[in-house]
Design a protein around this ligand. Structure first.
Ligand SMILES: Nc1ccn([C@@H]2O[C@H](COP(=O)(O)O)[C@@H](O)[C@H]2O)c(=O)n1
Ligand SMILES: C[C@@]1(CO)OP(=O)(O)OP(=O)(O)OC[C@H]1O
Length: 158
């Protein structure tokens, strides 16, 4: 049996924070603001996984009012979400993700992100696709006020 889930997330860009996307630290003058490390890409993958198993969203499992998740490593949150997926007897078919950012250029980091996400989802990098797009300087992403991400995850019963 196949199940599919999708995720969408946005975080504000601000000075004085590291920029962590897809579990990779990217050199940039600003970073993403959040209760956790604000890894917008891993949050969308986690939400897509939770969507696929009908288990709500990351805010439900890791509330931003809980001090345990302050500055949390989103890779650890995704690891936990993936263990929930595996406990139900599923494995990954594939994941497709889009980072929506005017700047910085994501292309040099895409392969590292794929490898990192693949490891977290007990899959191979070939099962993971990560894309990036600007919004042609339009909207909040285009003005560099924040970064958005989308992901779709397909799972199947082992
Ligand atoms: N933050 C980004 C945005 C885009 N890219 C790459 O550039 C290509 C062109 O972007 P458009 O918004 O003009 O479609 C895109 O296909 C990505 O490969 C990037 O690396 N980082
Ligand atoms: C990850 C959590 C928990 O630390 O916080 P944030 O980093 O603010 O991320 P968000 O995508 O707003 O929601 C999920 C949260 O509960």
């Amino acid at each position: 049996m196949f199940r599919i889930g999708q995720g969408f997330d946005v975080h504000q860009l601000t000075e004085g924070r590291p920029l962590i996307i897809g579990g990779i630290e990217i050199p940039y003058e600003k970073g993403l603001l959040g209760h956790s490390d604000a890894d917008v890409l891993l949050h969308t993958v986690a939400d897509a996984c939770l969507g696929a198993i009908g288990a709500g969203d990351i805010g439900k499992h890791f509330p931003d009012t809980d001090p345990n998740f302050k500055d949390a490593d989103s890779a650890k949150l995704l690891e936990h979400v993936w263990s929930m997926v595996e406990e139900l007897g599923y494995e990954l078919v594939n994941a497709d993700c889009t980072i929506i950012a005017q700047k910085p250029k994501m292309a040099p980091y895409i392969d590292q992100m794929k490898t990192r996400i693949a490891k977290l989802l007990k899959a191979t990098p070939e099962q993971i696709n990560v894309k990036a797009t600007t919004t042609e300087k339009l909207g909040f992403t285009g003005r560099g006020e924040g970064i958005a991400s989308q992901a779709v995850v397909l799972i199947q019963k082992k």
